[in-house]
Design a protein around this ligand. Structure first.
Ligand code: FES
Length: 107
């Protein structure tokens, strides 16, 4: 199992446990765990509505791709530790990480 923590928009932290080799990205896992994420583009890396901040474990994750960086650059709320959840495959690199949901609330 891969274990990490997710902080919602209210600052509440909850552990999330995902079986290894599940082949999903973080956005899909967050949606499946009932987090309110729009993911308007369906995981194409285009809409930025799956924006998360990686508060812990940032250095263990694969580097940001140019495509991801281009989108993050358009976000006024992006930080150095921002990532697009749909561009992050859930694997061992996430073990022990802390993700904060940073995208706007769906309206
Ligand atoms: S779901 Fe659109 S950028 Fe991630």
């Amino acid at each position: 199992m891969i274990n990490f923590i997710v902080e919602d928009r209210n600052g509440e932290q909850r552990p999330v446990e995902v079986p290894e080799g599940i082949g999903l990205n973080l956005m899909e896992v967050l949606k499946a765990s009932d987090y309110d994420i729009m993911a308007t583009c369906g995981g194409m890396g285009l809409c930025a509505t799956c924006h998360v901040q990686v508060l812990e474990g940032h250095d263990n994750l694969p580097p940001v791709s140019d495509v991801e960086l281009d989108i993050l650059d358009t976000l006024p709320s992006a930080h150095d530790d921002s990532r697009l959840a749909c561009q992050l495959r859930v694997d061992e690199s996430m073990e022990g990480a802390l993700f904060r949901i940073a995208s706007e609330e769906p309206s």
